[in-house]
Write a protein of this length. Structure first.
Ligand code: F6R
Length: 612
């Protein structure tokens, strides 16, 4: 989720690049850099931290030229340092590359390049591209930059957008899109490139949207687009009518809605390069050995809020697939009792920000008791990531809305991979079962998109629920874990009181609160407890409760019990929460919207809670 800028025209490139990067700041970043081409020579400046640092460094250097590229980085490989900031250069300094996304096979490419004599200056996956392009250009005289880029990307796998500048071919910028977004703005005698529309609006409203598998050559006079096979692509410019604020949110009314809709792509990125068809899991950043995993006696899962709810899902999967007892523990509670954490324990700490004070304190407590620490986090280089032995990045991209959505869903996918890995190493899950689950995991992004396509049903339901005072969520097993997250979403942004209960617990007290018309969401994706949950739904109906089910497509039985059914595509029951949470996130969003609340910044809440 990096920010990308490119400029070729008649004006000074540097101020335009810096202004564009500033307009992409809302995407979040940890370092930034620019490269400007002038007098046949490329000058690069980069800086970790705030954009103000880069601005100072670049302005002091007085970079002059009317061609350039710029980048804000959200680290995925390598810490956020000056060195790892983009652009990255080849050995000669005549090719520079910026990149958004992941090159999955970068390690093997890097090994081969080093063996052929290339010198690397960063830990990033991006740098391999600069060296591959260098080789392609050196293969013969007069190789056009676009051809060299095409040869380089043919060797790389992954999801990315890349932008390349070469001092020997100063009349062009070459860009390729493979999943990560790229947009070209068409100005008068100037062409501008960005990863997102807000960075272009100060210059033009006429844009070309690059699609996956397309390569663009930008010149001062416009852009030509071709496929990666070299076939020309004709496309008409699109006129953007959004105002600047709408553009930041990708046309959505709120960051939260944008982030909910980004979930299919986020899931894809979480799993990218980590799963293979033979049922193997390759978790970059996780360094435990088979021996260490076989010696484990217990797993502790600790986190707060939404991340804790994600941990409840992990508990089920690790117990089921890796046959290890798992203790989920709220981070704020863990350290104030006497947790029986030992050196034979693995502590899994989950945190979007990696800075939550309670979670960090729990991790330090576990550490003093000799436990290995595995962090599941979204922020590269966060305190949690730095203190952990193993780090599993969820790769959700920057999450701006206070109420978490895409971070939660990617925490689920990351833990599913972790549980599979533990199960494979402990030989408690067979290779065919693991392979079947991997197939199901890989199908989740498309299924998540199907759920999002059904938003209208949820929007209508929200109208019915907008005036409710109390809402209940029930489910058994993994449905209970998802119910807890659905309930938290509703209360934190809509301010409607809600409670989640294990469905079997309802009759032990809370049923007293269910009267005529009380909305009760019943999640029924877990087949082994399906009939039992139906009995609990009957208890609600008998008191006049308004039952809304979350159920699989094709489950006709449920329509006899629930007045409204929110449908999700079928998947393995163990993965169902990944899909079941989506209609509940959307419901919370639409109820909050109808109640006129400040959705992205709900009252009394902060994105990252750095006090205990
Ligand atoms: C709710 C929410 C919070 C966080 C919690 C932990 O939508 O976002 O409950 O999940 O404060 O934050 P992280 O994951 O940053 O440790």
């Amino acid at each position: 989720m990096c920010g990308i800028m490119g400029y070729i025209g008649h004006r000074d490139a540097l101020p335009i690049l810096l202004d564009g990067l500033r307009r992409l700041e809302y995407r979040g970043y940890d370092s930034a850099g620019v490269a400007v081409l002038g007098n046949g020579h490329i000058e690069v400046r980069k800086a970790a931290g705030k954009l103000a640092r880069l601005t100072e460094v670049a302005q002091t250097a007085g970079l002059l030229g009317s061609v350039g590229i710029g980048h804000t980085r959200w680290a995925t490989h390598g810490l956020p340092t000056d060195q790892n900031a983009h652009p990255h250069s080849d050995c000669t300094g005549s090719v520079v590359v910026i990149h958004n996304g992941i090159i999955e096979n970068f390690l093997s490419l890097k090994e081969a390049l080093v063996a052929r004599g290339h010198t690397f200056r960063s830990d990033t996956d991006t740098e391999v591209l600069a060296h591959l392009i260098e080789e392609a250009l050196a293969a013969g005289a007069g190789v056009p930059l676009e051809e060299a880029v095409r040869r380089a990307v043919a060797q790389a796998s992954g999801a990315y957008a890349i932008v390349v500048l070469c001092s020997d071919q100063p009349d062009r910028i070459v860009a390729v899109r493979q999943i990560s977004p790229l947009i070209i703005g068409l100005g008068r005698d100037e062409t501008i490139l960005a990863s997102d529309i807000p960075a272009l609006l100060a210059h033009t409203r006429d844009v070309l949207i690059i699609e996956d598998g397309e390569l663009a050559v930008l010149t001062r006079r416009g852009a030509t687009i071709q496929t990666l096979d070299g076939a020309p692509v004709r496309k008409a410019p699109v006129r953007i009518t959004w105002d600047a604020e709408m553009a930041e949110k990708g046309g959505y009314a709120h960051f939260m809605l944008k982030e909910i809709h980004e979930q299919p792509r986020a899931l894809q990125e979480t799993m990218m390069g980590r799963l293979d068809a033979e049922g193997r899991v390759e978790l970059d950043g996780v360094a435990y050995t088979d021996e260490q995993i076989r010696a484990l006696q217990k797993v502790w899962v600790t986190a707060c809020g939404t991340a804790y709810h994600a941990g409840l899902f992990g508990r089920w999967l690790i117990e089921h697939w890796a046959k290890l007892p798992v203790e989920p523990d709220l981070a704020s509670e863990l350290r104030y009792r006497d947790p029986l954490i030992t050196p034979q324990t693995l502590t899994v700490a989950i945190s979007q920000s990696g800075e939550t004070a309670d979670t960090l304190a729990a991790v330090r407590e576990a550490r003093t008791r000799g436990s290995r620490i595995l962090a599941v986090t979204n922020v590269v280089g966060s305190t949690l990531a730095r203190e952990a032995d193993d780090v599993l990045y969820v790769r959700a991209g920057p999450e701006i809305a206070v109420a978490s959505s895409k971070a939660y869903i990617t925490m689920l996918a990351a833990q599913a991979m972790l549980a599979l890995d533990l199960g494979r190493r402990r030989e408690t899950i067979t290779p065919p079962r693991a392979a079947a689950l991997i197939q199901q995991l890989k199908a989740l992004p498309a299924k998540a998109q199907e759920v999002l396509n059904r938003e209208d049903v949820v929007r209508r339901l929200a109208e019915r629920l907008a005036a409710a005072d109390h809402v209940f969520y029930i489910g058994r097993g993994l449905d209970y874990a998802a119910a807890m997250e659905g309930s938290l979403k509703l209360k934190e942004i809509s301010y409607v009181h809600s409670e989640a209960l294990a469905a079997g617990e309802l009759k032990h007290g809370t049923l007293a609160l269910v009267t005529k018309g009380t909305p009760v969401f019943a999640l029924v994706t877990q087949r082994h407890v399906y009939e039992k949950t139906l009995s609990n739904i009957q208890e609600v109906k008998a008191r006049g409760g308004d039952v809304i089910a979350v159920a699989y497509d094709g489950d006709e039985e449920i329509t006899k019990y629930a007045g409204t059914v929110l449908r999700i595509p079928r998947t393995d029951d163990m993965l169902a929460p990944v899909l079941a949470i989506i209609p509940l996130q959307l419901l919370a969003y639409h109820v909050a919207r109808l109640r006129g609340n400040d959705i992205d910044q709900p009252r009394n809440l902060a994105k990252s809670v750095t006090v205990e």
